[in-house]
Design a protein around this ligand. Structure first.
Ligand SMILES: *Cc1c(COP(=O)(O)O)cnc(C)c1O
Length: 447
């Protein structure tokens, strides 16, 4: 496992994060445990802030869907970033954390009336409109509220980025955004410009996730600006801001080669400037929406090893006390992770094992084929790069309570999410009275 952020191996041979011994963290807080490296999270925020905001007067939106809690909101606000939320729940979390609402951008391909009303009531900075239905609904709701809704339109540029390559497919088959190629985007822009309670400030696109090929972004910029030039010709309108979404790839395993944020900024922003000038447009403010590349590397999950099952000549299964409930990504997209034994981090001899989760699903395997020092029950397994799309995607399958999360820094560990209890699991369950009666009667009959 690659040591990232403030990770180091201490004198006891234990993994440390934020100068906290992870074996002690596991003892104090139990496992599974999400550990967030505060300094590393902030450092990732700062890399973006420096590259896009200080250098180019751009705006950086942290993608809340990767990891959002009240404490995380506070840090993101403090680091000067804005926030991209995709639901009423994320919006509510931001509000409760007193995140400045003018720095909140509201996304989603099927926002409800209630969600849009909440966004207007909270006075969020922008609503990123995904489709015509939403545009008309928002115009009506804004009218009823007596306000102007500032919006961006989400477009489908037909550039689809995959991990190591991008395809310029002109792919128009997506549930997100409005297609440029077939004229629908032009149409909706004209419609938005004509609506009384809508103020169109810019355009948005998002070309994918876990991207390592920076050229994908300049291609997106080429498509977006060529289209903007057409829009300007036809309508006289041009965007004040252009949002290029998120997607920067991170290190999960040695197959991943992340790019520095500054390189991303230095490719994207000058491309937007040059293209704008060549089309005779004024240069829009550049917005980006990184999520994974801020929260992902800053998170580590600690598990306790339980059953070790050796099937000679086949495979050695090492089961841990979590799995797809706290990290659905391996089951969902065959995502790969690295790990080490936190209590024996310095040991060299290793054997090939596979890490199994505890859910009743054969697909609940956290890591296939990893070299570790012969794990035994009681060892603490640390899986790295679990900060993004883990807690935010976690679930209670098998009625497993969700883990706690601690924020570590300079030897101090603070709980920012408490561990769910069994009572939390039945919190929303109700038993209609007639069933309750029957249970009593049946119990009586048995007796
Ligand atoms: C998911 C998403 C992001 C964040 O993507 P990352 O790959 O985590 O950086 C940003 N913008 C939009 C619209 C998204 O859907």
């Amino acid at each position: 496992m690659k040591l990232q952020g403030t990770m180091q191996i201490n004198d006891k041979g234990h993994l440390e994060i934020g100068s906290c011994d992870t074996v002690e963290l596991a003892e104090s807080f139990g496992t599974p445990l999400y550990v967030m490296d505060e300094q590393y999270f902030r450092q990732n925020c700062r890399s973006y802030y420096r590259a896009f905001t200080e250098k180019y007067d751009g705006v950086v939106l942290y993608a809340a869907k990767t990891l959002l809690t009240l404490a995380i909101c506070h840090i993101v606000a403090e680091e000067g970033l804005s926030l991209d939320v995709v639901s009423g729940g994320e919006l509510y979390t931001a509000k409760k954390a007193r995140f400045p609402m003018e720095r909140v951008y509201f996304h989603g391909n099927n926002k409800s009336v209630a969600e849009l009303k909440l966004a207007l009531e909270y006075k969020v900075g922008r609503i990123i409109v995904d489709n015509r239905h939403e545009l008309l609904m928002l115009n009506r709701l804004a009218g009823e509220a007596g306000v102007q809704a500032k919006i961006m339109l989400r477009l489908t540029p037909g550039v689809e980025a995959h991990t190591h390559e991008y395809i310029k497919t002109g792919q128009i088959d997506s549930k997100f955004g409005i297609v440029i190629e077939n004229g629908q985007a032009m149409e909706i822009i004209k419609q938005a410009l004509a609506l009384e309670n809508i103020q169109l400030t810019g355009l948005h696109c998002h070309i994918g996730s876990q991207i390592f090929e920076m050229q994908s972004y300049t291609h997106a910029a080429e498509v977006m600006l060529a289209f903007t030039a057409l829009v300007h010709q036809e309508t006289g309108w041009q965007p004040e801001e252009m949002n290029f979404g998120g997607g920067m790839g991170i290190y999960y395993t040695s197959a991943d080669k992340p790019q520095p944020v500054i390189k991303y900024a230095d490719m994207l922003v000058p491309a937007v400037q040059t293209l704008s000038k060549s089309y005779g447009l004024s240069v829009p403010k550049v917005l980006v929406e990184p999520g994974r590349s801020i929260s992902g590397p800053a998170g580590t999950t600690l598990y306790t090893v339980g059953a070790v099952k050796d099937i000679p000549g086949i495979r050695k299964y090492v089961a841990v006390d979590g799995g797809m409930g706290d990290n659905p990504r391996p089951a969902l997209y065959q995502a790969r992770y690295e790990a080490l034994l936190a209590n024996r981090a310095a040991q060299q001899q290793k054997e090939m094992v596979s890490i199994a989760g505890k859910c009743c699903e054969s697909g609940d395997m956290l890591i296939w084929d990893i070299e570790l020092p012969a794990p035994v029950p009681g060892d603490i397994l640390a899986v790295s790069a679990t900060g993004a799309y883990n807690y935010s995607m976690s679930m209670n399958y098998n009625r497993l309570p969700r883990p706690a999360m601690v924020l570590v820094r300079d030897g101090v560990a603070d709980i920012i999410v408490t561990r769910e209890t069994y009572d939390d699991l039945i919190r929303n369950d109700l038993v209609p009275e007639r069933l309750d009666d029957r249970v009593v009667r049946i119990a009586g009959a048995v007796r």
